[in-house]
Design a protein around this ligand. Structure first.
Ligand SMILES: *[C@@H]1O[C@H](CO)[C@@H](O)[C@H](O)[C@H]1NC(C)=O
Ligand SMILES: *[C@@H]1O[C@H](CO)[C@@H](O)[C@H](O)[C@H]1NC(C)=O
Length: 386
């Protein structure tokens, strides 16, 4: 077929070639230009996310066991690794433990504590004991730390659950999920097996650790006066916490003395505390100080929240409860974003983005698919207050 370009088509093609040529020259000669326009960045923008995050503060070299003259493995913290699990979780619990042992704990041998609202089966204990490198203990959660208290108005709680089921809220109808959220908010650190420790690393069944963790996050937290460490931050479902922020505001009015002058309130509020922007740290991963939860501010805070019944009348999660407390009662520099720890809890993965961190950790995650860049991530809010 005979094909003849008309003048307009020719001009359009010419302009296109010039632009493409200019782009390649700029990309090769100017690194930043290349970075700013690379396809993956454009893809992020298209999928409603952003690529303008700053570079996270790296863990200093001398915390890494592999760095020359390091004494990293000889420094120890008063710490344990903690998992709440059911007997039926045994396969996925074993997978999580195996991965964290391989990536971290076989070099550090921190003790593990497992908690369950029912006694652990022999099968669970045998299979876990077979793969841990440090001491391990298995504990039973006392019933009064777990079950819905008597003073909760069951009729009101049922109505709240039914409404959430109708509205298709995840775990909206579940009583045991609410027990777990309340336990993780206000009780785990009171367990007798945990009294002897200050620091804990919370691990859940079926999570993944994608990078070698060649430094001791507990020692880093301790030596740098940190309180709370996270890897993923995101928005909470408003429907699960409709009255939580009003309750928090009431608490702040009654107890202004607990607010830290250098707090992180601007991470979770865009209007100086009037409203909650729903940002929180995803608490299925936490490395934190139990002494913070045991302290006066948080104890008062938890009791205040608990007395309103929102763990049962609504579905308050331990993630927003912990996050709000840390953001209000600690200094913002006491909150640690552990960029180096590649972590996955279905469906989200944090993959290190700091300079060289992904290579150093020999990470298996895809760095361009990190949740940090997702439109649903609160990393931008976190970044804003740094
Ligand atoms: C490890 O090294 C740091 C700094 O190099 C030093 O301050 C600390 O005392 C050492 N700790 C141990 C247990 O050797
Ligand atoms: C570890 O921390 C707990 C809680 O703060 C404390 O009771 C205990 O004495 C500490 N143990 C050591 C060896 O410092």
């Amino acid at each position: 077929m005979h094909y003849k370009m008309n003048t307009t088509t020719r001009y359009v093609l010419l302009v296109l070639f010039v632009l493409i040529g200019l782009h390649s020259i700029l990309s090769f000669t100017h690194e930043d230009y290349g970075r700013a326009t690379s396809l993956s960045n454009i893809a992020h923008k298209i999928s409603g996310s952003y690529s303008d995050l700053g570079s996270p503060e790296p863990i200093p070299d001398d915390y890494f066991a592999s760095s020359p003259h390091s004494n990293a493995t000889s420094r120890r913290a008063n710490a344990t690794i903690l998992m709440l699990a059911r007997n039926s979780d045994v396969d996925s619990a074993v997978r999580s433990v195996r991965e964290l042992e391989d990536r971290f704990n076989r070099n550090f041998q921190y003790p593990w504590v497992f908690l369950n609202e029912e006694p652990f089966s022999d099968d669970f204990k045998t299979r876990i004991s077979n793969i841990v490198s440090g001491p391990v203990s298995f504990g039973l959660v006392p019933p009064d730390h777990w079950y819905q208290p008597d003073w909760i108005d069951e009729e009101r709680a049922t109505a709240g659950r039914n409404k959430m089921v109708q509205d298709n809220i995840i775990y909206g109808g579940s009583k045991s999920y609410r027990n777990m959220c309340r336990f993780n908010s206000g009780f785990f650190y009171r367990h007798q097996l945990l009294q002897q420790y200050k620091w804990y690393w919370r691990v859940e069944p079926d999570v993944h650790f994608h990078c070698n963790i060649d430094f001791d996050p507990f020692v880093y937290m301790e030596e740098n006066d940190k309180v709370y460490g996270f890897t993923i931050t995101m928005y909470e479902y408003h429907a699960t916490i409709p009255t939580l922020w009003d309750t928090v505001k009431e608490f702040m009015q009654d107890y202004p003395e607990y607010l830290d002058d250098n707090n992180a309130i601007n991470y979770m509020s865009d209007d100086g505390g009037q409203s909650y922007n729903l940002c929180h740290f995803w608490s299925n991963f936490e490395i934190a100080s139990m002494d913070f939860w045991r302290g006066e501010a948080y104890s008062k805070f938890f009791d205040f929240l608990d007395s309103k019944g929102g763990f049962y009348y609504e579905r308050w999660g331990d993630a927003p409860v912990h996050s709000i407390a840390v953001a209000l009662f600690a200094r913002k520099d006491q909150i640690q974003f552990f960029d180096e720890i590649g972590y996955e809890h279905n469906p989200y993965t944090h993959c290190p983005r700091g300079e060289g961190a992904w290579q150093r950790g020999r990470c298996s995650c895809n760095p361009s698919k990190s949740f940090d860049y997702d439109g649903y991530s609160c990393m931008r809010q976190w970044d804003r207050i740094q």
